[in-house]
Design a protein around this ligand. Structure first.
Ligand SMILES: [Zn+2]
Length: 95
């Protein structure tokens, strides 16, 4: 199981207010935080979880990923939308 330090290393430098970054430091691509149960968290909720232990033992953040493209992801904690870097992918079925 990754430690908080591992998550910080994956996510990059914290913002000046001590939160895990919302965007990558290079390119400013949106980051999503993924928990053990494959839930998506926004940076704020991920910060809260790793710092305060909220649900951490139950469903810890185990991965950080760039949300490149596709529909918005929704934070499973606060419900905020996390838009992808390149937006929704056009369906191959529609012409
Ligand atoms: Zn959230």
């Amino acid at each position: 199981m990754p430690t908080v330090a591992d998550i910080e290393r994956l996510a990059g430098e914290r913002t000046t207010d001590g939160k895990l970054p919302t965007f990558t430091s290079v390119g400013a691509y949106p980051l999503i935080y993924i928990t053990h149960c494959a839930e998506v968290l926004c940076a704020d909720c991920a910060t809260d979880q790793v710092d305060n232990g909220n649900d951490y033992n139950f469903d810890p953040v185990i991965a950080v990923d760039v949300h490149w493209e596709g529909e918005d992801e929704t934070c499973c904690d606060c419900g905020s939308a996390i838009p992808s870097a390149y937006g929704p992918v056009e369906s191959e079925a529609s012409e």
